[in-house]
Design a protein around this ligand. Sequence first.
Ligand SMILES: *Cc1c(COP(=O)(O)O)cnc(C)c1O
Length: 383
Amino acid sequence: MSEFLPFALPDIGDDEINEVLDSLRSGWLTTGPKTRRFEDDFAGFVGDGIEAIAVNSATSGLHLALEAAGIGPGDEVITTTYTFTATAEVVRYLGADPVLVDIDPSTFNIDPARIESSLTPRTKAIIPVHFAGLSCDMDAVLAIARKHGLKVVEDAAHALPTTCNGRLIGSLASDATVYSFYATKTITTGEGGMVVTRNPELARRCRVMRLHGISRDAFDRYTSNKPSWHYEVVAPGCKYNMTDVAASLGIHQLKKAWAFQERRAAMAARYDAAFAGLPLILPPHAPAGDIHAWHLYVVRLSDDSPVTRERFIEQMAEKGIGCSVHFIPLHLHPYWRDRYSLSPEEFPAAQKSYERAVSLPLFTRMRDEDLDRVIAAVRQILS
Ligand SMILES: *Cc1c(COP(=O)(O)O)cnc(C)c1O
């Protein structure tokens, strides 16, 4: 049998490798000039007037953004059950409560109608998640936030690059947007993340809290007339800074972001064409003129599928192909289920989608033969 085809693999080239070697030789291993360059490049990528704060994960970035947005004990933050636990756990870090809502089954994204019906006097923010790289209905999310005075922090872990009404995610009217550069994401630094915002106060707070609550304003002020060892701690901050070794990868990955997206979109189109007529619900597409990042290609088995989802994934593995499931909704995990007394009946769309969902391999290093192998295996199992 041919070699095992994993569900995802990073795409690291010589430019990334040489940049890492350059960092190792330079003596700058932790946050330094490469991190600054990656931040500048990233801000330029997203748009005019954007500030970018590099961190060691999207989880860290979401924590910083929510803290900077003023979320604290007793607050409620509305998000989707159909996400990774990081989206909601950061709300708990701050002593606030995530309020999980169901998805629109046609997109896997948070259902704006359910945001409205979940509002309480404690609601302070919304975290939309652009599932698989398809934008949420941000017009609706931002309208609800404006009407009720709520903060919006976008979880864009899947959404580089994604557009909404022709505008890049990250450049919309949210308070902050957070990207992930985890090894399986559309661009990677191994581990890493980025917070972007147009709000200079929010950016400043994220920078302070990213590194032990050390105030840069105070630091800069003192470096001019105090010895260089002097600094001031103004809050109990975190240790969330990105290293220059990671940023070395990010600088070159970012340059390839559009080429990666084109390759992913082409692979998704190939899957779509090959799977027409099979007992599958194919992934939703972006509206005409908009861009889907295609971080994931998630199919759902139809009611008339000859196999269960579990059996489908087993049979794919027997054929040497790795699949995954995105996501096990939060309401099914013991911590969230028990802490908030959640039951599947409250999330019928997410529950049904989860029970049938399979993420097929989709990564830029896949060759056409790899795609053909996946297509042949899916056809064999389902016909
Ligand atoms: C991967 C992921 C995260 C966390 O990203 P890290 O960089 O690993 O912290 C958050 N939200 C979603 C939806 C993700 O898929």
